[in-house]
Design a protein around this ligand. Structure first.
Ligand SMILES: *Cc1c(COP(=O)(O)O)cnc(C)c1O
Length: 381
């Protein structure tokens, strides 16, 4: 198999045979000419079912995750919805992380439960805790690692083993790591999910999602369901995502370099109570992360010693770190999960501390980033 960046730049992206264009065209056509009824020229008939620009993105993502099938969606949540429609039925049970992405929690807690599905939220960093909530009707274990926003680490191989023994499927939301840092299919996951809005796209200019898997039968069901419900990305979105993914490896290296430096600087600052970053040797998941990830990524969270008010002040006090939701772009972002990305879990068992601040460390010059954070933290010490 070719190296990661070679696949990112070339998989699914041969020069256009009709013109020689090196860069894949944005195929805006909604429909495709047929040579006689049913005589498709290249397998395409209507762009909800399949579109050549989308196909290229799907082939590239499958190659990056080491899967046989890739599916691109209009958003990460669109991908999650289609996958859950395929995997669960009324009466089934789903296991989710106790600090699941807020939107995933909302989809399961508010939408899926209307259809008679139950769920348990557990710390998947604790395999015994997982074992304790599994039931005969458990069909899915939904894993995130690192988790959002607490940066917890689950041992994918161990979770896969327990999940398989229970007759359930393991879904890994690989959004935080990206396929460059972690490849869950090789560790035993059945399906990998991405919000390509984040690191895969990488430039905060397009919303999208993806599923990657190797099971042919499951892939047929996903294809059928996606076409039935219509949650597809437009060709321009697919193209932008593909443009972003070409530089994924170099971006992730730089995100990791910068986040390591930022985590160290935060740990040394008196206004910071605790730094949550799997790259720090004192992080409880450090050894597992070092085993299953190439590096530790660009997400860093920390608790502000002064509590909620101080945390809000830090979020409002940076200049380079823009106060905004989302993550994974080249620019640095800061946010207060309790009142922003994770407001939907407030009051539930998944509630996050109100002194928590989450950073998406971008690829700017790291000295400038550290200076910006230090300045904002000095104001609350
Ligand atoms: C953003 C995100 C999602 C949802 O993706 P959208 O593209 O916003 O629909 C799912 N999981 C994680 C970990 C995310 O960060």
């Amino acid at each position: 198999m070719k190296g990661f960046s070679t696949r990112a730049i070339h998989a699914g992206q041969d020069p256009d045979p009709s013109t020689g264009a090196v860069i894949l065209p944005i195929h805006t056509s909604s429909t495709f000419a047929q040579d006689g009824v049913g005589g498709l020229r290249a397998g395409y008939e209507y762009s909800r079912s399949a579109n050549p620009t989308r196909t290229a993105l799907q082939e590239c993502l499958a190659a990056l995750e080491g899967g046989s099938h890739g599916f691109a969606f209009g958003s990460g949540m669109g991908a999650s919805d289609v996958l859950l429609r395929v995997l669960v039925r009324p009466g089934d049970h789903v296991v989710i992380p106790h600090d699941a992405y807020g939107g995933t929690f909302r989809l399961i807690d508010k939408v899926l439960t209307q259809w008679g599905v139950t769920y348990s939220a557990v710390d998947l960093g604790d395999v015994e805790a997982l074992r304790a909530v599994l039931r005969p009707e458990t069909k899915v274990v939904w894993c995130e690692t690192p988790t959002n926003p607490l940066l917890g680490i689950a041992d994918i191989s161990a979770v896969a083993e327990v999940t398989r023994a229970a007759g359930a499927r393991l879904v890994v939301d690989n959004t935080f790591a990206s396929p460059y840092l972690q490849q869950p299919l090789a560790l035993g996951a059945d399906v990998v999910l991405h919000s390509t809005t984040k690191y895969v796209g990488g430039h905060s200019d397009v919303v999208g999602g993806a599923l990657i898997l190797s099971d042919d039968e499951l892939a047929e069901q996903i294809k059928f369901t996606q076409n039935s419900v219509g949650s597809v990305p437009g060709p321009f979105d697919a193209w932008l995502t593909l443009r972003g993914v070409k530089t994924l490896a170099v971006r992730m290296e730089r995100h990791s370099d910068n986040a390591e430096r930022v985590a160290e600087a935060l740990a040394a600052h008196p206004a910071v109570g605790k730094v949550l970053y799997p790259g720090l040797p004192e992080h409880p998941g450090h050894a597992i992360a070092a085993r299953q990830m190439r590096r530790f990524g660009g997400m860093v969270s920390f608790l502000v010693a002064g509590g909620r008010e101080a945390a809000l002040k830090v979020c409002a006090g940076t200049e380079l770190f823009t106060l905004a939701e989302s993550l994974g772009g080249v620019e640095s972002l800061i946010e207060h999960p309790h009142e922003m990305t994770h407001a939907s879990v407030a009051g539930s068992a998944l509630e996050v501390p109100d002194s928590l601040v989450r950073l998406s460390v971008g690829i700017e010059d790291v000295g400038d980033l550290v200076e910006d954070l230090t300045h904002a933290l000095d104001a609350v010490r």
